[in-house]
Design a protein around this ligand. Structure first.
Ligand code: TGC
Ligand code: FAD
Length: 393
């Protein structure tokens, strides 16, 4: 069944006035694309637990891969707010769609752009930017999720190459990937980053099945059995966990915006339903308890929009701190999940069906609350920032 997308944007505080014409053009183009290419099919793909792979090319065409990276390296040459509004519109469609773009742009293209040699940049970035190559990012391991410092995946020097062994878990896009940005420890126990091609001997990426969340996004493992990684594929100058964590900052920033999109879609659907659905002889939107839900939803969305916009302004000046990004990711994803739950109630029984986007967003947001740093890890990052005391060690 094809779905008609009736979404209308909500901007209670006139945040649009804070956006430039370029931001609005980028946002509206992505919104139109989502309405045309994504909304009609996304429930079906989600239900089948299948990734709509054909959308990678379209995502590349609308500039969703690395919007704020320089154009000569396959990016969009725009600013951080443009990147944010694009992620918002994609996640309005589906969190899995935003994941496809987040991983490709912020977790694969960004580290190659920032840390690889010029030759490697030119080898991989144009193909990633055009969607010819699909990339994935391997940090999490089966026994090391919130604490990547404990990773056991490792490289050993072997002349002109390193030998890579180990396994990564929960890796978005890994079964489809042409290349993986992988983080592993060297013989001194120092974390190093590298580009690994999926065609190399000893590389495999089995799919993880049985997800009730992010069903339209493909997730897998990465298994490295004596994979020979040429030395030129190892990032020369970045060492330690700040390599992968700097990429996470970029992606978490995008999620802080993206989650607003999911919240807006749920709110929009709930508002419309509240005016159409009649009980006790009047629209349910006329009951005070429904109005309380809707009023609180738009209040929280507005706060999140302002938080994201201010974060974007700081990011444009290169001043957004990792802790500020953590606060926005945590707040906005939690806000979106709460709104999905309230929207589900407003839709009554219909809210559990695939006629409305609510349950899909709600299930997706359970993952978004956990990946890129869990809700509690981000709380502890804020706690550490304000007290100066590290609760992790
Ligand atoms: P810690 O000692 O705090 O930090 C190590 C070094 O890194 C620096 N740093 C950062 N740099 C840039 N951005 C950040 N966000 C940074 N956070 C820390 C830090 O200054 C230090 O630098 P230096 O120069 O002193 O070496 O490290 P720790 O081991 O104590 O860890 C702290 C903790 C727990 C906050 C960190 O490990 C963490 O964030 N854990 C959460 C793990 C996580 O978020 N994993 C995400 C995996 S990828 C994913 O989920 C993709 S989903 C994809 C999709 O969208 O589909
Ligand atoms: P754990 O770290 O085991 O945490 C379990 C619980 O313990 C959480 O509630 C956590 O908050 C809590 N906890 C842990 N430590 C503390 C502490 N110190 N204090 C208080 N509470 C604590 N990773 C990648 O590298 N690349 C990807 O592309 C990627 N994509 C993903 C896609 C999906 C669909 C999912 C579900 C995950 C993905 N991840 C990816 C992994 C994701 O980043 C991890 O799931 C996440 O970091 C949490 O790790 P964990 O699942 O091992 O949970």
């Amino acid at each position: 069944m094809s779905h008609t997308d009736k979404y209308e944007h909500h901007d209670y505080y006139g945040v649009d006035e804070l956006l430039s014409d370029d931001h609005k053009l980028a946002r509206d183009a992505v919104r139109d694309w989502v309405k045309k290419e994504v909304s009609p099919i996304i429930e079906e793909y989600s239900e089948k637990a299948e990734c709509p792979k054909h959308l990678f090319k379209g995502l590349a065409e609308i500039g969703a891969f690395g919007p704020s990276l320089p154009e000569q390296y396959g990016g969009g040459g725009m600013d951080e707010i443009a990147y944010g509004v694009i992620m918002q519109e994609l996640e309005r469609g589906d969190s899995g769609l935003r994941s496809m773009a987040s991983v490709q742009g912020s977790l694969v293209m960004y580290p190659i752009y920032r840390y690889a040699s010029e030759e490697q940049k030119m080898k991989y970035l144009p193909k990633l930017g055009s969607g010819e190559y699909i990339g994935c990012f391997g940090l999490t391991e089966p026994d090391h999720g919130s604490n990547p410092a404990g990773m056991i995946t490792n490289i050993k020097d072997d002349g002109d190459a390193y030998i890579l062994n180990g396994a990564k878990m929960w890796i978005t896009n890994s079964p489809l990937a042409d290349i993986a940005v992988v983080w592993a420890k060297d013989e001194e126990g120092v974390v190093r980053g590298m580009v690994v091609e999926s065609s190399w001997e000893g590389f495999s990426a089995p799919e993880i099945h049985g997800k009730w969340s992010l069903r339209a996004s493909i997730t897998g493992e990465l298994v490295f059995d004596n994979v020979r990684v040429p030395k030129e594929n190892v990032f020369p100058d970045i060492r330690g966990l700040k390599g992968p964590l700097s990429c996470l900052s970029k992606a978490r920033y995008g999620i802080a915006w993206g989650a607003i999109g999911a919240a807006l879609d749920c709110y929009d659907s709930a508002l419309r339903y509240s005016k159409e659905r009649v009980q006790f002889g009047r629209p349910i939107g006329g009951f005070q308890l429904t109005q309380k839900k809707l009023a609180e939803m738009i209040t929280e969305i507005t706060k999140a929009q302002l938080l994201a916009w201010r974060l974007g302004s700081l990011a444009n000046k290169g001043e957004a701190t990792p802790a500020q990004i953590s606060m926005a990711k945590r707040n906005n994803v939690h806000m979106a999940l709460e709104i999905a739950r309230e929207a589900r109630q407003i839709h009554g029984g219909m809210g559990i069906t695939n006629e409305y986007p609510i349950m899909r967003h709600m299930m997706n947001l359970e993952t978004v609350l956990t990946y890129e740093g869990t809700h509690d890890i981000h709380l502890l990052i804020t706690g550490m920032d304000v007290t100066g005391i590290n609760a992790f060690s």
